[in-house]
Write a protein that binds this ligand. Sequence first.
Ligand code: SF4
Ligand code: SF4
Length: 99
Amino acid sequence: MAAALDPTDEAEGSHRRSGEMAKYEIQILAERCTGCLRCALACSDLYSGSFNPSRSRIQLLVSEDDWSIELGEECNECGVCVDHCFYGAMQKIRREGDG
Ligand code: SF4
Ligand code: SF4
C-alpha cells in the first residue's frame, strides 16, 4: 500500500519537509466541503505525528449555513491537505518559478 502521508514521497514533488517544500497557491472552495476532516487529519499526521485536527495547520469552522476553511500562519503551502480532499473543496496551483 502506498504511504500517502510519507513526507519523503516526491511523486508529485509536494510531500517534502520545509526547506525544499514545493509551494502551491491553495484555493478554497468551502461550499464543497463536507466536513470529513481528511485534510486536517493528513496535515496533523504529517506535521505533528498524530491524527488530531486541532493540531493541523488548517482549521475548519462551522457556521449555520456553510463551512469556513482557513489555512493557519504555520501553513507552508505543501498541498498535502488538498491531495487528501475527495470533494474538490480545495485546489492547488503550483507557484510560478517553483521547481
Ligand atoms: S498546505 Fe498547509 S494546511 Fe495543507 S497540509 Fe500543508 S501545511 Fe497543512
Ligand atoms: S478534506 Fe475536503 S471535504 Fe473534507 S473537510 Fe477537508 S476541505 Fe472539507
